[in-house]
Write a new protein. Structure first.
Lengths: 239, 211
């Protein structure tokens, strides 16, 4: 009898956590949808880099094909970084972040939902847009799958890491520069394995190893980053 | 016999090398309405932020129902309603969506009561207008609607009457008294003259500051 009760209790607890996750995800997506400028800013930046790069350096297809993986990845990384500062800022300014921290609900779940919403608004569209940039930069067709896949695995990690920096600097008036300094060193491994995966795809080398490493980084970030973000938010609001 | 809900012992807090309060001890029991008084900058908001668990920038002990608050944080948050300087209202969401989100964050809140609560704070007809189209007072009313939704025992309200009209203030005063009579506890700050003055306990930070 007791066991049944605990099972039912844990089931209802699971459900409430799931409901919380959906509620936060839905709210953040709705917020982004109603404030479209935040939504398009990183995407336009991403496109601009790919458009201006050949104009500024060289329009030579051979040269562009060689640098395309790096350019696309660096542009995606900087576009993500650009959008990071706004992740908690508006919540901090209007007091909803305080209410979030004073909730009995697990902050881990709330933070995870917020980061997922942010990724769906930045990393996911960047990934979907990447083949277009690949074509613009003469990336060989063999490299496309590697590019998409590495961005799909890599951009969530960028969002998770960036959110730690955003949480740490949300209490400061001007956190933008500080975020870059805090977060860029942690972005470098993702960048290295991301671009290597695309280059390997272009040259026809096996990709599984790169994807495994990117996946491992994502898994680690998935488990650890929300803890760090939660702690950082508490410190920022407390200050 | 009233039960003590919040017990504060030897609270010390300094900010920018200025002591806001030291050796501050008091007990807030069920059925009490406590007004924290003090000049601007005397630390009223800081005290309320410490009490609600937002700020860790203090020394001393705070107990919730006799247990250190850090150990029973989840229980404490379940019973707490905090109203801060920023009303906690998202400008691009409607009043209803704002309260739905609050209900999702606080499992004790019944989402079915939202319409009634908005009605009670005089926002009937504004359910679907984004909050940035509402006035400052109306925005604070959206946040105050939580008082009608929540089952929290302890209300910590920082300047709840700012930008609220006279009738609204009278209603909220009555609401605070009713809450205390139901066995709740209210700790709040305000610079308004209150009609319910004789029923509230005052905690003056200027006198307690020990200066």
């Amino acid at each position: 009898m007791e066991q049944i009760v605990t099972k039912e209790q844990s089931k209802s607890a699971d459900e409430s956590v799931l409901n919380l996750f959906w509620a936060v995800l839905k709210r953040d997506l709705m917020l982004a949808y109603r404030k479209k400028s935040d939504l398009f800013n990183p995407l336009i930046f991403f496109l601009m880099v790919a458009t201006l790069f050949p104009l500024g350096v060289s329009p030579e297809p051979d040269f562009l094909a060689e640098v395309a993986p790096g350019v696309v990845w660096v542009a995606a990384l900087l576009a993500t970084l650009l959008s990071m500062d706004s992740l908690f800022r508006s919540d901090f300014e209007d007091g909803t972040l305080e209410q979030t921290l004073l909730s009995p609900q697990p902050l881990f779940i709330v933070v995870l939902a917020k980061v997922l919403a942010h990724w769906m608004m930045s990393g996911l569209p960047l990934t979907l847009l990447a083949p277009l940039l690949g074509v613009m930069l003469f990336l060989p067709a063999e490299g496309m799958s590697g590019l998409m896949m590495s961005l799909l695995l890599g951009t969530p990690t960028l969002s998770l890491i960036g959110a730690i920096g955003a949480a740490l600097t949300v209490g400061l008036r001007k956190g933008g520069v500080l975020i870059s300094l805090l977060v860029l060193p942690l972005y470098i491994p993702v960048l290295i394995f991301g671009t290597s995966a695309v280059q390997a795809a272009v040259t026809g080398l096996p990709l599984a190893g790169f994807f495994a490493l990117l996946g491992a980084m994502l898994a680690l970030g998935f488990v650890m980053a929300p803890l760090a973000i939660s702690a950082a938010l508490r410190i920022s609001v407390s200050g | 016999m009233s039960t003590s809900l919040v017990q504060v012992e030897n609270l010390f807090c300094e900010r920018d090398e200025r002591v806001l309060f030291e050796d501050l001890s008091f007990t807030a029991s069920a059925g009490e309405v406590i007004q924290v008084e003090g000049q601007n900058g005397s630390g009223k908001t800081t005290l309320l932020r410490i009490l609600s668990g937002l700020s860790n920038n203090f020394e001393g002990d705070i107990f919730w129902k006799g247990q250190p608050v850090a150990e029973v944080r989840d229980d404490f948050f379940r019973e707490l309603l905090y109203f801060g300087h920023h009303p906690g209202v998202k400008a691009v969401l409607t009043p209803e969506e704002n309260l739905q989100w609050y209900a999702a964050m606080h499992p004790g809140v019944d989402g079915g009561l939202i319409d009634g609560a908005l009605d009670k704070v005089g926002l009937c007809g504004y359910e679907d207008s984004p909050c940035h189209t509402l006035s400052a007072g109306q925005n604070r009313r959206v946040s105050l609607a939580r008082l009608y939704l929540s089952h929290a025992k302890l209300w910590v309200l920082d300047e709840p009457f700012t930008a609220i009209d006279k009738k609204g203030v009278a209603e909220k005063e009555q609401l605070m008294l009713d809450h205390a009579n139901r066995g709740g506890c209210v700790i709040f700050t305000t610079h308004h003259e209150l009609a319910i003055g004789e029923n509230i306990r005052r905690l003056n930070l200027d006198e307690l500051a020990g200066t």
